[in-house]
Design a protein around this ligand. Sequence first.
Ligand SMILES: Nc1ncnc2c1ncn2[C@@H]1O[C@H](COP(=O)(O)OP(=O)(O)OP(=O)(O)O)[C@@H](O)[C@H]1O
Ligand SMILES: [Mg+2]
Length: 234
Amino acid sequence: MLSVTGLDIHYGKIHAVRNATFRVGHSEIVSIVGANGAGKSTIMWTLAGVLKPTSGEILFDGKPLPGKPHEIVRNGLALVPERRRLFADLTVHENLVMGAYLRRDAAIAEDLERNFSLFPILKQRLKQYAGTLSGGEQQMLAIARAMMSAPRMILFDEPSLGLAPIVVDTLMETIRQLRASGMTILLVEQNAGRALEISDRAYVLEVGQITKEGPGKDLLEDPEVRRAYLGELA
Ligand SMILES: Nc1ncnc2c1ncn2[C@@H]1O[C@H](COP(=O)(O)OP(=O)(O)OP(=O)(O)O)[C@@H](O)[C@H]1O
Ligand SMILES: [Mg+2]
Protein backbone atom coordinates (compact mmCIF):
# COMPACT_ATOMS: atom_id res chain seq x y z
CA MET A 1 0.00 0.00 0.00
CA LEU A 2 2.88 2.32 0.82
CA SER A 3 6.21 1.86 -0.89
CA VAL A 4 9.16 4.11 -0.11
CA THR A 5 12.40 3.78 -2.04
CA GLY A 6 15.72 5.57 -1.55
CA LEU A 7 14.31 8.37 0.58
CA ASP A 8 16.72 11.18 1.50
CA ILE A 9 15.61 14.09 3.67
CA HIS A 10 17.69 17.13 4.62
CA TYR A 11 17.21 20.04 7.01
CA GLY A 12 19.50 22.51 5.25
CA LYS A 13 22.87 20.77 5.37
CA ILE A 14 21.79 18.18 7.92
CA HIS A 15 21.22 14.84 6.22
CA ALA A 16 18.50 13.53 8.55
CA VAL A 17 17.34 10.47 6.58
CA ARG A 18 19.62 8.52 4.24
CA ASN A 19 18.48 6.23 1.46
CA ALA A 20 15.55 4.76 3.40
CA THR A 21 13.59 1.99 1.71
CA PHE A 22 10.55 0.37 3.31
CA ARG A 23 7.05 -0.76 2.51
CA VAL A 24 3.75 -1.33 4.26
CA GLY A 25 1.25 -3.85 2.87
CA HIS A 26 -2.55 -3.69 3.11
CA SER A 27 -3.81 -4.29 6.68
CA GLU A 28 -0.29 -4.68 8.02
CA ILE A 29 1.13 -3.15 11.17
CA VAL A 30 4.68 -2.11 10.33
CA SER A 31 6.91 -0.28 12.76
CA ILE A 32 10.08 1.75 12.52
CA VAL A 33 11.96 1.71 15.79
CA GLY A 34 14.90 3.91 16.65
CA ALA A 35 16.44 6.10 19.33
CA ASN A 36 16.11 9.88 19.87
CA GLY A 37 16.98 11.77 16.75
CA ALA A 38 17.13 8.72 14.47
CA GLY A 39 14.83 10.42 11.95
CA LYS A 40 11.49 8.78 12.72
CA SER A 41 9.40 11.96 12.91
CA THR A 42 11.24 13.36 9.89
CA ILE A 43 10.00 10.38 7.87
CA MET A 44 6.46 10.79 9.22
CA TRP A 45 6.25 14.53 8.43
CA THR A 46 7.54 13.78 4.95
CA LEU A 47 4.89 11.10 4.39
CA ALA A 48 2.31 13.66 5.58
CA GLY A 49 3.60 16.16 2.98
CA VAL A 50 4.85 18.75 5.45
CA LEU A 51 8.53 18.15 4.68
CA LYS A 52 9.81 17.66 1.14
CA PRO A 53 12.34 14.89 0.51
CA THR A 54 15.54 15.67 -1.39
CA SER A 55 15.26 12.43 -3.32
CA GLY A 56 13.46 9.13 -3.35
CA GLU A 57 10.11 7.77 -4.39
CA ILE A 58 6.97 7.49 -2.29
CA LEU A 59 4.13 5.46 -3.79
CA PHE A 60 0.72 5.15 -2.14
CA ASP A 61 -1.52 2.58 -3.79
CA GLY A 62 1.03 2.41 -6.61
CA LYS A 63 0.77 6.13 -7.39
CA PRO A 64 3.11 8.97 -6.40
CA LEU A 65 1.95 10.62 -3.21
CA PRO A 66 0.42 14.06 -3.90
CA GLY A 67 2.53 17.03 -2.81
CA LYS A 68 0.27 18.92 -0.42
CA PRO A 69 -0.69 17.77 3.08
CA HIS A 70 -4.44 18.21 2.54
CA GLU A 71 -4.29 16.23 -0.72
CA ILE A 72 -2.52 13.43 1.12
CA VAL A 73 -5.21 13.37 3.82
CA ARG A 74 -7.90 13.35 1.13
CA ASN A 75 -6.09 10.40 -0.49
CA GLY A 76 -6.59 8.42 2.72
CA LEU A 77 -3.32 8.81 4.63
CA ALA A 78 -3.67 10.36 8.10
CA LEU A 79 -1.01 11.25 10.70
CA VAL A 80 -1.39 10.98 14.46
CA PRO A 81 1.55 13.25 15.30
CA GLU A 82 4.06 13.02 18.11
CA ARG A 83 2.78 14.79 21.26
CA ARG A 84 -0.78 14.60 19.85
CA ARG A 85 -0.91 18.23 18.61
CA LEU A 86 -4.54 18.64 19.58
CA PHE A 87 -6.32 21.98 19.53
CA ALA A 88 -6.08 22.43 23.30
CA ASP A 89 -8.55 25.34 23.45
CA LEU A 90 -11.18 23.52 21.41
CA THR A 91 -13.54 20.92 22.85
CA VAL A 92 -13.36 17.21 22.15
CA HIS A 93 -16.26 17.56 19.73
CA GLU A 94 -14.63 20.49 17.91
CA ASN A 95 -11.35 18.57 17.57
CA LEU A 96 -13.22 15.65 16.02
CA VAL A 97 -15.04 17.92 13.59
CA MET A 98 -11.67 19.43 12.57
CA GLY A 99 -10.52 15.93 11.66
CA ALA A 100 -13.34 15.73 9.09
CA TYR A 101 -12.89 19.20 7.61
CA LEU A 102 -11.91 17.99 4.14
CA ARG A 103 -14.88 15.68 3.76
CA ARG A 104 -18.02 16.33 1.77
CA ASP A 105 -19.66 12.93 2.23
CA ALA A 106 -22.62 12.07 4.41
CA ALA A 107 -20.97 9.48 6.64
CA ILE A 108 -19.40 11.93 9.10
CA ALA A 109 -22.05 11.42 11.80
CA GLU A 110 -21.69 7.65 11.40
CA ASP A 111 -17.91 7.86 11.80
CA LEU A 112 -18.35 9.97 14.91
CA GLU A 113 -20.48 7.18 16.40
CA ARG A 114 -17.93 4.56 15.35
CA ASN A 115 -15.27 6.53 17.19
CA PHE A 116 -17.43 6.64 20.30
CA SER A 117 -17.79 2.87 20.26
CA LEU A 118 -13.98 2.60 20.02
CA PHE A 119 -13.42 5.31 22.67
CA PRO A 120 -16.58 5.57 24.86
CA ILE A 121 -14.85 8.08 27.16
CA LEU A 122 -14.77 10.66 24.37
CA LYS A 123 -18.55 10.67 24.18
CA GLN A 124 -18.75 11.55 27.87
CA ARG A 125 -16.20 14.33 27.39
CA LEU A 126 -17.55 15.97 24.25
CA LYS A 127 -17.75 19.47 25.71
CA GLN A 128 -14.49 19.30 27.65
CA TYR A 129 -11.50 21.28 26.36
CA ALA A 130 -8.96 18.94 24.79
CA GLY A 131 -6.13 20.55 26.80
CA THR A 132 -7.74 19.38 30.06
CA LEU A 133 -7.97 15.68 29.11
CA SER A 134 -5.58 13.17 30.68
CA GLY A 135 -2.62 12.02 28.57
CA GLY A 136 -4.32 8.76 27.65
CA GLU A 137 -7.56 10.53 26.74
CA GLN A 138 -5.63 13.02 24.60
CA GLN A 139 -4.00 10.15 22.72
CA MET A 140 -7.43 8.59 22.11
CA LEU A 141 -8.71 11.92 20.84
CA ALA A 142 -5.71 12.30 18.52
CA ILE A 143 -6.46 8.87 17.06
CA ALA A 144 -10.17 9.58 16.81
CA ARG A 145 -9.47 12.90 15.09
CA ALA A 146 -7.30 11.12 12.50
CA MET A 147 -10.07 8.53 12.03
CA MET A 148 -12.51 11.35 11.23
CA SER A 149 -10.68 11.95 7.94
CA ALA A 150 -11.79 8.42 6.92
CA PRO A 151 -8.24 7.20 6.27
CA ARG A 152 -7.18 3.92 4.70
CA MET A 153 -3.81 4.12 6.40
CA ILE A 154 -2.72 5.76 9.66
CA LEU A 155 0.76 6.96 10.60
CA PHE A 156 1.36 6.87 14.36
CA ASP A 157 4.31 8.91 15.63
CA GLU A 158 5.37 7.79 19.11
CA PRO A 159 1.84 7.21 20.44
CA SER A 160 3.03 5.69 23.73
CA LEU A 161 5.06 8.79 24.69
CA GLY A 162 4.37 9.91 28.24
CA LEU A 163 1.71 7.29 28.94
CA ALA A 164 1.61 4.90 31.90
CA PRO A 165 2.31 1.23 31.00
CA ILE A 166 -1.31 0.21 31.56
CA VAL A 167 -2.52 2.98 29.25
CA VAL A 168 0.02 1.84 26.65
CA ASP A 169 -1.55 -1.66 26.87
CA THR A 170 -4.94 -0.20 25.94
CA LEU A 171 -3.40 1.89 23.18
CA MET A 172 -1.62 -1.08 21.59
CA GLU A 173 -4.84 -3.08 21.80
CA THR A 174 -6.63 -0.23 20.01
CA ILE A 175 -4.04 -0.25 17.23
CA ARG A 176 -4.54 -4.01 16.89
CA GLN A 177 -8.31 -3.52 16.72
CA LEU A 178 -7.94 -0.91 13.99
CA ARG A 179 -5.88 -3.33 11.97
CA ALA A 180 -8.45 -6.10 12.55
CA SER A 181 -11.03 -3.78 11.00
CA GLY A 182 -8.86 -3.50 7.87
CA MET A 183 -6.75 -0.43 8.63
CA THR A 184 -3.12 -0.27 7.49
CA ILE A 185 -0.71 1.08 10.08
CA LEU A 186 2.80 2.53 10.16
CA LEU A 187 3.99 3.00 13.72
CA VAL A 188 7.19 4.71 14.81
CA GLU A 189 8.34 4.28 18.40
CA GLN A 190 11.30 4.66 20.70
CA ASN A 191 9.41 2.16 22.83
CA ALA A 192 10.74 -0.67 20.67
CA GLY A 193 9.47 -3.59 22.73
CA ARG A 194 5.86 -2.48 22.66
CA ALA A 195 5.96 -1.65 18.96
CA LEU A 196 7.65 -4.90 17.91
CA GLU A 197 5.16 -7.00 19.91
CA ILE A 198 2.24 -5.85 17.77
CA SER A 199 4.06 -5.48 14.44
CA ASP A 200 3.89 -7.86 11.52
CA ARG A 201 7.15 -6.44 10.22
CA ALA A 202 9.56 -3.81 11.43
CA TYR A 203 12.60 -1.73 10.52
CA VAL A 204 15.37 -0.42 12.76
CA LEU A 205 16.42 3.17 11.99
CA GLU A 206 19.83 4.34 13.25
CA VAL A 207 21.00 7.90 12.64
CA GLY A 208 18.93 8.24 9.52
CA GLN A 209 19.63 4.82 8.06
CA ILE A 210 17.65 1.59 8.08
CA THR A 211 20.01 -1.03 9.46
CA LYS A 212 17.74 -4.03 10.04
CA GLU A 213 14.38 -5.34 8.97
CA GLY A 214 12.29 -8.40 9.62
CA PRO A 215 9.17 -9.77 11.28
CA GLY A 216 8.40 -7.95 14.55
CA LYS A 217 8.81 -11.16 16.57
CA ASP A 218 12.26 -11.84 15.06
CA LEU A 219 13.56 -8.36 15.82
CA LEU A 220 12.19 -8.68 19.34
CA GLU A 221 14.46 -11.71 19.78
CA ASP A 222 17.48 -10.21 18.00
CA PRO A 223 20.33 -9.83 20.55
CA GLU A 224 21.56 -6.54 19.02
CA VAL A 225 18.09 -5.06 19.12
CA ARG A 226 17.64 -6.24 22.69
CA ARG A 227 20.92 -4.63 23.73
CA ALA A 228 20.35 -1.36 21.90
CA TYR A 229 16.64 -0.79 22.41
CA LEU A 230 15.34 -3.04 25.16
CA GLY A 231 17.89 -2.20 27.85
CA GLU A 232 19.33 -5.69 27.93
CA LEU A 233 22.90 -6.05 29.14
CA ALA A 234 25.55 -7.50 26.87
N1 LIG B 1 13.52 21.49 12.05
C1 LIG B 1 14.72 20.91 12.11
N2 LIG B 1 15.84 21.57 11.74
C2 LIG B 1 17.07 20.99 11.79
N3 LIG B 1 17.27 19.72 12.21
C3 LIG B 1 16.19 19.02 12.59
C4 LIG B 1 14.86 19.57 12.58
N4 LIG B 1 14.01 18.63 13.02
C5 LIG B 1 14.75 17.55 13.30
N5 LIG B 1 16.07 17.77 13.05
C6 LIG B 1 17.18 16.83 13.22
O1 LIG B 1 16.94 15.67 12.43
C7 LIG B 1 17.29 14.49 13.13
C8 LIG B 1 16.08 13.55 13.18
O2 LIG B 1 15.08 14.12 14.01
P1 LIG B 1 13.66 13.43 14.24
O3 LIG B 1 12.81 14.38 14.98
O4 LIG B 1 13.15 12.93 12.94
O5 LIG B 1 14.06 12.20 15.15
P2 LIG B 1 13.11 11.13 15.87
O6 LIG B 1 13.62 9.78 15.47
O7 LIG B 1 11.70 11.43 15.63
O8 LIG B 1 13.50 11.35 17.40
P3 LIG B 1 12.56 11.26 18.74
O9 LIG B 1 12.48 9.80 19.07
O10 LIG B 1 13.36 12.00 19.75
O11 LIG B 1 11.23 11.86 18.43
C9 LIG B 1 17.81 14.93 14.49
O12 LIG B 1 19.20 14.98 14.41
C10 LIG B 1 17.23 16.32 14.66
O13 LIG B 1 18.05 17.13 15.45
MG1 LIG C 1 10.13 11.92 16.84
